[in-house]
Write a protein that binds this ligand. Structure first.
Ligand code: 5GP
Length: 482
């Protein structure tokens, strides 16, 4: 047998050669996985990266492992060898019995006994890991652990190089197209650089759409056995995407009707065998409709024309609104609350937050208008409250606080009616633009100085019905105001 030093030096030679090549990232990482498995005389090796929301691991390269094992299920950072994400190199002697293994049964079926895993760092934080698998139970030496950590460091450099390259390409593309087409789906930002090898261009397009809307996705994380002959699996189904936030599998069909029928059969069988699994089959028609709704694809309408990027997805907004409502319910426990909003921008926020607040409450609305007088803009109340708020606990609910002028005026008006208490809850706080210092007790998100629309907020009477909050491109705003 070859001396270990010799096999390490052979592996480093091969790894650094592919790392410095111009091969696509997925190919480089696959070649690294192969060299590592060979040098350590292991059964297999996999390389995983953290998903953008940092909750899951995506297998981006592998060698020597079966498709069934690689697609055994979603890898949760808290359940799958979690100590690696804390920056430790760990060796599992018996994967079938060790509590740190998320899928012990899959390891058993694959015949995996021992696992060696080490973190891959990027900018001082754990960004992924490399794992080595053996059939025989094995204890790893310091030299073997050092070897794998050094490979992890080389992978960090490879990832940084790929990010840099992607950033340069993006800049080049932007310079090339002077007027950026608004209907073009933006490229993945370098931070979410994920070398998934998509089976079909429509899958890549769908992944970009999910990225744009900040919906987390994992590509083909799980294969479901559908039929067996004895112990042998004779039919499997691997849905294209899993969306963890929605706990939903998605299978895209952009193919012929005859193939859709076959996929429908598989989805039906999957639902029978795995009743807890949520899966949706997205036909070409559904898919085009979805793209069109967001202004993309061949049927792209003009609905979301001008949106530069999504700042907060629907799920992110809901999560934050729930947290605010919980705090408010706690702070006002035992009191009867009146929520006051200014029409119309606040309607989505008001209707969501009032449903999440668990104490008794009433709501009321005011309307205001701005009018110019000798170059000065003045606020005027065009609809007053219906309720008499004297002696009541009033919480002013705002969509966005910008300069603070409007809120300052309205708070003065409400305070003059003698409420028992008066506080402010705003979903968005554009603090950098503040001119009048108004006290904000509850803030959803602090945002930069950009014009945002959606979730009730409009631009010239449009965009209020978007389920997310997006930034309007400044060129689009300038153009519309000409
Ligand atoms: P302020 O008086 O704080 O400057 O402005 C408050 C009002 O300006 C908000 O209630 C909202 O109607 C409008 N506003 C400020 N910033 C934005 C923004 O980014 N998007 C939208 N749609 N409206 C905004």
């Amino acid at each position: 047998m070859e001396e270990p030093e010799l096999s390490y030096s052979r592996a480093f030679k091969q790894i650094t050669k592919s790392a410095s090549s111009s091969l696509p990232l997925a190919k480089i990482l696959n070649s690294v996985a192969k060299s590592v498995a060979k040098a350590l005389r292991a059964t297999g090796c996999s390389i995983m990266l953290l998903s953008p929301q940092k909750k899951h691991l995506d297998i981006v390269a592998a060698y020597g492992l079966s498709g069934m094992y690689l697609k055994k299920g979603v890898l949760d950072v808290n359940k799958s060898l979690h100590e690696v994400m804390e920056g430790k190199t760990i060796a599992i002697f018996n994967a079938k019995e060790d509590k740190r293994t998320q899928y012990p049964q899959a390891a058993d079926m694959e015949g995996v006994s021992s696992i060696l895993a080490t973190p891959i760092f990027q900018s001082g934080e754990v960004a992924g890991q490399i794992r080595v698998y053996t059939r025989e139970p094995r204890r790893y030496s310091h030299t073997e652990k050092d070897f794998i950590s050094t490979v992890a460091n080389i992978i960090s450099v490879v990832l940084e190089k790929a990010e840099l390259q992607q950033a340069l390409e993006d800049r080049y593309r932007e310079n090339m197209s002077k007027s950026r087409k608004l209907t073009e789906i933006p490229k993945l930002p370098p931070s979410s650089l994920r070398p998934s090898t998509f089976g079909h261009p429509s899958e890549e397009e769908f992944a970009r759409l999910l990225d744009f809307y900040r919906i987390e996705w994992l590509y083909e994380p799980r294969s479901f056995p559908l039929q067996w002959q004895g112990d042998r699996v004779t039919e499997m189904f691997t849905p294209d995407f899993y969306l963890p936030e929605l706990d939903l599998y998605i299978e895209l069909t952009t193919l012929k009707q005859s193939l859709i029928t076959e996929k429908n059969r598989k989805v039906r069988r999957l639902r029978e065998l795995y009743p807890d699994i949520n899966i949706k089959l997205l036909t070409k028609n559904d898919y085009l409709k979805l793209l069109a709704k967001y202004g993309y694809g061949s049927r792209g309408a003009t609905k979301v024309r001008g949106i530069d990027r999504v700042l907060f997805s629907h799920t992110q907004i809901q999560r934050r609104v729930k947290a605010l409502a919980k705090q408010i319910s706690k702070d006002y426990a035992g009191k009867k609350l009146v929520l006051v909003g200014i029409l119309k921008g606040v309607i989505c926020f008001m209707s969501d937050i009032m449903q999440y607040i668990s104490i008794p409450l009433d709501i009321d609305f005011m309307a205001i208008s701005y009018y110019g007088n000798n170059g000065e803009t003045t606020v005027k109340i065009t609809k007053n409250l219906d309720i008499n708020i004297t002696g009541l606990d009033v919480l002013m609910v705002e969509d966005i606080v910008d300069t603070g002028m409007t809120l300052n005026y309205v708070l003065g008006h409400l305070a003059s009616q003698g409420p028992s208490s008066l506080r402010v809850c705003t979903l968005l706080d554009k603090r950098v633009r503040r001119l009048v210092n108004v006290p904000l007790h509850y803030v959803g998100f602090e945002i930069p100085d950009e014009f945002v629309v959606g979730y009730g907020l409009d631009f010239h009477g449009e965009y209020r019905n978007l389920p997310f909050i997006g930034v309007l491109s400044p060129e689009f705003v300038d153009e519309a105001q000409k």
